[in-house]
Design a protein around this ligand. Structure first.
Ligand code: GTP
Ligand code: MG
Length: 183
């Protein structure tokens, strides 16, 4: 793992990168661990704001998963937030190997303003995004179906992927989606 706060320190711009975005506490780092099948890879936490740098994880020879700090974390200092915004602008605008962003949202409260802004940010830099609803273990199946339907409708029928890091569900589907960009 390589954590950076400056784009110049990022690993070489090669292979295929997928960036994990989402609000603080949405479950990005937990999902990264499930995707990489290594529960200790990315640090997860009950305290929002655990991830504070851009962390690059090499999961295969060619594929890197890039864990981002969660947005909407109010305790981050103004300076740090500014740095991070600049870093993200630089990263999204210049990174050739960036294939897609995976936007993680807690299934119980998806599509907050900050999520929509992230989607618009992706659009601005022409980076495709994959919407993921996390923590499905927190809802029963009919509530899950309702949430999927609602989110897909709001995203103009874009399909969403549902995951649970607790039950290790949905990650085969997400891996498949990721590989579609690589092939
Ligand atoms: P930041 O790094 O602060 O942006 O958070 P994050 O999005 O990386 O979240 P993280 O993976 O650290 O998870 C936050 C909390 O949610 C932790 O307590 C996790 O154990 C819990 N969590 C994550 N995924 C799931 C899930 O699928 N189900 C349940 N029940 N809890 C989850
Ligand atoms: Mg994290």
């Amino acid at each position: 793992m390589q954590g950076v706060l400056n784009i110049k320190k990022a690993p070489p711009d090669e292979g295929f990168e997928f960036v994990l975005a989402g609000r603080s506490n949405a479950g990005k780092s937990s999902a990264l661990n499930c995707l990489a099948k290594n529960k200790k890879l990315a640090r997860t936490s009950k305290t929002p704001g655990r991830t504070t740098e851009i962390n690059f994880f090499k999961v295969t020879d060619e594929i890197k998963l890039v864990d981002l700090p969660g947005y909407g974390f109010s305790k981050m200092s103004v300076d740090k937030k500014k740095n991070l915004d600049t870093l993200l602008d630089n990263y999204f605008s210049s990174r050739q190997s960036l294939c897609a962003a995976i936007i993680f949202m807690d299934i119980r409260h998806p599509l907050k303003n900050s999520d929509i802004q992230m989607m618009e940010f992706c659009h601005k830099y022409e980076v495709p995004f994959i919407p993921v609803l996390t923590k499905s273990d927190k809802l029963n199946s009919s509530a899950i179906s309702r949430s999927i339907k609602d989110v897909e409708k709001k995203l103009n029928s874009k399909p969403v992927i549902v995951t649970s890091s607790k039950d290790d569900e949905g990650f085969d589907k997400l891996s498949k989606k990721i590989l579609e960009f690589v092939e």
